[in-house]
Design a protein around this ligand. Structure first.
Ligand SMILES: [Zn+2]
Length: 180
């Protein structure tokens, strides 16, 4: 699934990483905006203590904070809500040339979402261990990933692959698809 594109993206991201390491004051200011989003969301009882902003060309184009409990959405992590906000703002499904500032190191779900959104760099404030120390432990998800499907705490089992392949066959033949 779009491997060529991802390879190109990863190469470009690696290059971008070399070019964006020297702007300490700005970085700290942007991180403090992410932290403010976390504090504001918490104060409003929107969800957990996590905030995120997305910057393009030195301008904040997306903001998010954790809204899991207020929206009954287990996927409403700060990074996800910020990515949605930024993509709406850009009217695009990619965060080209964007930088993500997240108040805490992303969980595996947000890590995946970030790779799909393809920003050029991520800055995180507190780390996985800091989050685990206050009861937000995502280490167990990383441990689940390499396990055999039947050994996962939520078992995965394949079923009816033959009928499930139909959308893939149709996609391969579809002439007006928008690739991503
Ligand atoms: Zn997350």
């Amino acid at each position: 699934m779009c491997n060529t594109f991802n390879k190109k993206f990863l190469d470009e991201a690696a290059k971008a990483q070399e070019n964006t390491s020297s702007m300490p004051n700005t970085n700290k200011e942007f991180m403090s905006e992410a932290v403010k989003a976390a504090l504001k969301g918490m104060a409003n009882n929107e969800g957990g203590p996590f905030g995120c902003i997305i910057v393009k060309n030195g301008e904040i184009i997306g903001r998010g904070n954790n809204k899991v409990t207020s929206t009954n959405d287990p996927t409403a992590h700060a990074e996800i809500t910020a990515i949605r906000d930024a993509c709406r703002h850009l009217n695009d499904f990619q965060l080209e040339d964007c930088i993500i500032y997240t108040s805490c190191e992303p969980c595996p779900m947000c890590l995946g979402a970030i790779y799909w959104a393809r920003p050029k760099k991520v800055y995180y404030g507190s780390n996985q261990q800091d989050a685990a120390d206050i009861g937000f432990d995502d280490e167990f998800i990383y441990k689940e990933i390499p396990l055999p499907y039947e050994k996962r705490s939520i078992p995965f089992e394949q079923c009816a692959r033959d009928i499930a392949l139909e959308p893939f066959q149709k996609w391969s033949e579809k002439e007006d698809k928008i690739e991503y």
